[in-house]
Ligand binder design. Structure first.
Ligand SMILES: Cc1cc2nc3c(=O)[nH]c(=O)nc-3n(C[C@H](O)[C@H](O)[C@H](O)COP(=O)(O)OP(=O)(O)OC[C@H]3O[C@@H](n4cnc5c(N)ncnc54)[C@H](O)[C@@H]3O)c2cc1C
Length: 373
């Protein structure tokens, strides 16, 4: 193998986080290859609800969510296309006094972290969102909340990566990564790829990937459900969220309403199958109707599930893999569609030797040495 066969950096995992890092590394002049087991942005990054909600993020993530939302808005500049970003503002509803207390407590930390969240009573909430029922007792409102169309993400990233000289190898599962002198030998079914450095951005599968390096990593999993209605007349102006249950509703540009989160599906991660739970589906639709009575006229045309993996404290792993020079970890943030554009960029900045505009999240906190049998 000649020197020119060795990439500056290989990114394992072509979800939103890996693709974002790959793109910024290419902007920085690196020769990059992305190795993706299936197709770009087809796992969590392609089936998510597309909600870019700042107010639901952990307080530590508020500056990241605010910056990431700006990046989504500016996608035509760095990604080359608009991926349907809309900043509609978002309301999170509490229906009981207990929920109202919980909402106040949760939002206080996020306000302190800089999120422009205000509490509004039912009258003001219904001025902001006339479709609401009269049932909420309190709402939090964040004018920065929005959404973008996750079904467009893969196509957008593929175009941007190719235009910037990144080599894409889809349908290429990586089966192991080993040190090969100063470089890495990345094993795939179609041969070994060599790179000076490697970014490990395998989403939920980071747990398996960390085992290659002798680390035990535990991730939490949510089997998220999303339903889409047939097109409706103008119904919702904002993103409507329910404080108790993480359900969200929004009407997207083509008139359909997306109902995401809430009660989940079930799944067997070992075998990879996921299933809609009929009672949970019904409960989510009922809750949507409870918050927005016009949903009684909605026709749900499709429901799907996807697996969201996140770390124990919901914060991402973004930084060097301990003890393995030149290897980096990127992933496992809750709500990664919102946060992806900034954390991918931050890691690329660090790898390029620049000062990241916000601090990274040391992966060492979540890694334990594997116990030898
Ligand atoms: C149904 C659903 C709804 C959601 N809704 C929202 C939302 O509204 N807002 C929000 O902010 N977030 C949402 N999320 C979360 C968000 O989608 C994820 O946090 C984010 O997409 C994670 O991106 P990722 O790149 O880390 O992981 P992924 O998108 O899972 O990408 C990881 C990639 O790595 C690849 N890979 C793994 N192992 C290997 C290997 N050995 N070799 C090669 N490739 C490998 C996988 O094939 C995959 O493509 C939702 C998630 C789901 C499932």
């Amino acid at each position: 193998m000649t020197v020119s066969d060795t990439y500056d950096i290989a990114v394992v995992g072509g979800g939103l986080l890996g693709c974002t890092a790959a793109l910024h590394l290419a902007f920085g002049g690196m020769r990059v290859v992305v190795l993706e087991a299936k197709a770009l942005c087809r796992q969590a990054s392609g089936v998510n609800a597309g909600t870019l909600s700042i107010q639901v993020k952990e307080a530590e993530l508020i500056p990241y969510a605010m910056r990431s939302s700006e990046l989504w808005e500016a996608a035509p500049e760095w990604l080359g296309v608009d991926v349907g970003f809309r900043r509609l503002g978002g309301l999170t509803l509490a229906f009981t006094d207990t929920e109202a207390e919980m909402l106040k407590e949760r939002m206080a930390d996020r306000q302190a972290a800089g999120a422009p969240i205000e509490f509004v009573g039912i009258n003001r909430a219904r001025e902001i969102e006339p479709a609401l029922s009269d049932r909420p007792v309190l709402a939090s409102y964040c004018p920065l909340d929005g959404y973008s169309d996750s079904t467009r993400a893969g196509k957008a990233y593929r175009g941007a990566l190719l235009r910037n000289g990144v080599e894409l190898r889809e349908n290429t599962p990586v089966t192991g990564v080993e040190r090969d002198g100063v470089d890495f030998a990345i094993k795939t079914k179609s041969g070994v790829v060599k790179a000076h450095r490697v970014v490990l951005a395998g989403g939920l599968w980071l747990c398996d990937i960390m085992a290659w390096f002798g680390f035990r990593l535990t991730a939490e999993c949510r089997i998220n459900q999303v339903s889409v209605t047939a097109r409706m007349g103008p119904t919702l102006r904002t993103i409507v969220g329910i404080a108790n249950g993480f359900l969200s509703l929004k009407q997207v540009a083509n008139g359909t309403v997306l109902i995401g989160g809430g009660w989940q599906g079930i799944g067997d991660l070992e075998r990879g199958g996921v299933e809609v739970v009929p009672e949970n589906f019904t409960a989510n639709i009922r809750l949507a109707k409870y918050a927005v009575p016009a949903m009684a006229d909605a026709r749900v045309v499709r429901t799907w599930l996807g697996i969201e993996g996140h770390s124990e404290n919901y914060l991402p792993l973004v930084g060097p893999l301990p003890g393995v020079e030149g290897a980096y970890v990127l992933g496992l943030v809750r709500g990664g569609y919102t946060i992806g554009p900034i954390v991918g960029k931050l890691l690329a900045e660090a790898i390029l030797g620049r000062e990241p505009e916000l601090p990274l999240f040391d992966p060492a906190r979540a890694l334990r040495p594997m116990v030898q049998a």
